[in-house]
Design a protein around this ligand. Structure first.
Ligand code: IPE
Ligand code: IPE
Ligand code: MG
Length: 252
């Protein structure tokens, strides 16, 4: 697991524009429903505008040199929502995965979908396979935009524990071989460094089950801006706040 060790400690910040940028930024895209409600619109309209914001901010992150951009789009708990809202979100995933398949190769962005994909509709499965194949062709050094769909941090850890338990049971590894790195290697994010910066808009100050293991030393940034209103200037502000932090990772 030597590769993962490379990502430990202070990653050198990359400077492309006027400010150094974190290597991995993650966003809990929240506030779409309230944005729509304020305007007397259905929640699905908020999701549609939020998806446009995703496109704008993902593009911006790529342009300023952020290597990994990860967004929380649908949690394992979001199935509790009304069927028409869930259906509207699935339609947005269809639309954006189609767009990704058409444009990602020429834009040089590897799109990945992270989460337990088994309950998703079959046509979305096929779309994910298509973008996966393109991302594989782009290779591990490409800028990566990850969409977390039916993602839950606890569910992800449970699945990793099950996989490791199976390996112990069939004798491939001993219990002592289970390490922090081997757990990381069984998560959906195994190919990425942990997030440096996690942004949650909409005024909520909680993780809502996002990247529980990976966020051990992430810097959090909270803002009252609702996700559909989140602009590139808001991203600059979050990055500036991140750059003012002193990350000690338990040291001095
Ligand atoms: C988007 O925001 C998050 C998703 C689950 C897609 P919300 O739909 O949670 O918006 P609020 O929190 O109700 O405003
Ligand atoms: C978290 O937002 C999930 C996503 C943004 C996809 P929620 O709106 O589902 O979280 P809670 O219910 O406010 O904690
Ligand atoms: Mg919400």
């Amino acid at each position: 697991m030597g590769i993962l060790n490379l990502f430990r400690g202070k990653a050198p910040a990359k400077i492309v524009g006027e400010r150094p940028v974190p290597r991995h930024i993650a966003v809990i895209m929240d506030g779409n429903g309230r944005w729509a409600k304020k305007r007397g619109m259905p929640r699905s309209a908020g999701h549609a505008v939020g998806a446009e914001t995703f496109r704008t901010i993902a593009t911006y992150c790529k342009d300023i040199g952020v290597q990994y951009f990860t967004v929380y789009a649908f949690s394992t708990e979001n199935w509790k929502r009304p069927k028409e809202e869930v259906d509207a979100l699935m339609d947005l995933f269809r639309k954006y995965l189609k767009e990704a398949a058409e444009t990602m190769f020429q834009r040089g962005v590897a799109v990945r979908v992270l989460g337990d994909l088994t309950p998703l509709p079959a046509d979305i499965h096929a779309q994910i396979e298509e973008v996966d194949a393109i991302a594989d062709k782009l290779g591990p050094d490409a800028a990566t935009a990850s969409l977390c769909i039916n993602y839950g941090g606890r569910d992800e850890i449970k699945n990793a524990v099950r996989a490791l338990a199976r390996e112990v049971k069939n004798g491939t590894i001993a219990p002592e071989d289970i390490t922090e790195d081997s757990i990381s290697a069984h998560l959906y994010t195994s190919h990425m460094p942990d997030p440096d910066l996690i942004i949650r808009p909409s005024g909520e100050i909680r993780t809502s089950n996002f990247l529980l293991w990976q966020s051990a030393y992430s810097e959090y940034y909270f803002t009252d801006v609702l996700w559909p209103d989140f602009s590139t200037a808001d991203m600059d502000e979050a990055i500036d706040a991140f750059n003012r932090r002193s990350r000690r990772f338990g040291g001095v």
